[in-house]
Design a protein around this ligand. Sequence first.
Ligand SMILES: Nc1nc2c(ncn2[C@@H]2O[C@H](COP(=O)(O)OP(=O)(O)OP(=O)(O)O)[C@@H](O)[C@H]2O)c(=O)[nH]1
Ligand SMILES: [Mg+2]
Length: 255
Amino acid sequence: MSTPPNPSKTAGHSAAKTAAEKSVATVAMGWLHTAKFLTTAPQLHFLPELNVPEIAFVGRSNAGKSTCINTLTQQKQLAFASKKPGRTQHINLFSLGKQGIMDAVLTDLPGYGYAAVPKQDKIRWQQVMANYLVSRENLMGIVLMCDPRHGMTELDEILLEVIRPRVEEGLKFLIVLTKSDKLTRAEATKVLSITKLQAGGGDVMLFSAPKRQGIEEVAQLLYQWAHPEGKKALPANAIAITEIEEEVPPEFPEN
Ligand SMILES: Nc1nc2c(ncn2[C@@H]2O[C@H](COP(=O)(O)OP(=O)(O)OP(=O)(O)O)[C@@H](O)[C@H]2O)c(=O)[nH]1
Ligand SMILES: [Mg+2]
């Protein structure tokens, strides 16, 4: 299998997608659909050490991280999503891989910046997350979910600073502007170009779960991150997982 084209260069041109791009998207979506709950932990040192690439979803509380994982994996309740901020409270890992052979992991992290959380808990969580981002050895990509109505917040900027040394060493980095269904087309275009300037070389994509915008573009990029040479799996690191059962479209309450 050849390396997929860079989806960031094709985003926004879905009407004109070539057959090759469509098939890459199909492969990426099929791969993501294999997602299966692997494990959950309150802190980094409880997580199993893994030899497959790990991609973490980070961002403010309520930004849409868990919903994005459910949308990408086409599974209704793989990750816990909720209208109430602070729904995700642990580090949750989901394994990916065809034929039951794990070749990557998605990580859903609790959000930061939720005002109602007591200060001590906030500080504790920020330490857990910084520790994860700095020390998780197999971490190879970060998806920063950002609600474009609030823009990049101070905590988002701090996170970018925390990961900067790893990004310079090759850590992949994507900013996903969530809930784009809440923006007019002009607002979306504007926030996309502003965020690209702030992204320091990382990719930026617009995403809407209910409007199904940006799903294939994000899926292709994650697939490309995890399969840089078109490798299907890493049998040496293989961990058997079973097939998932069903596909149910998610529901999206107004938020
Ligand atoms: N309109 C709209 N709502 C969305 C979208 N994505 C998520 N939501 C809603 O936003 C709310 C929060 O979503 P979650 O996925 O739980 O957010 P989270 O970032 O995982 O939140 P924490 O776990 O608290 O950090 C839910 O009510 C979702 O339905 C989207 O693309 N558009
Ligand atoms: Mg969540």
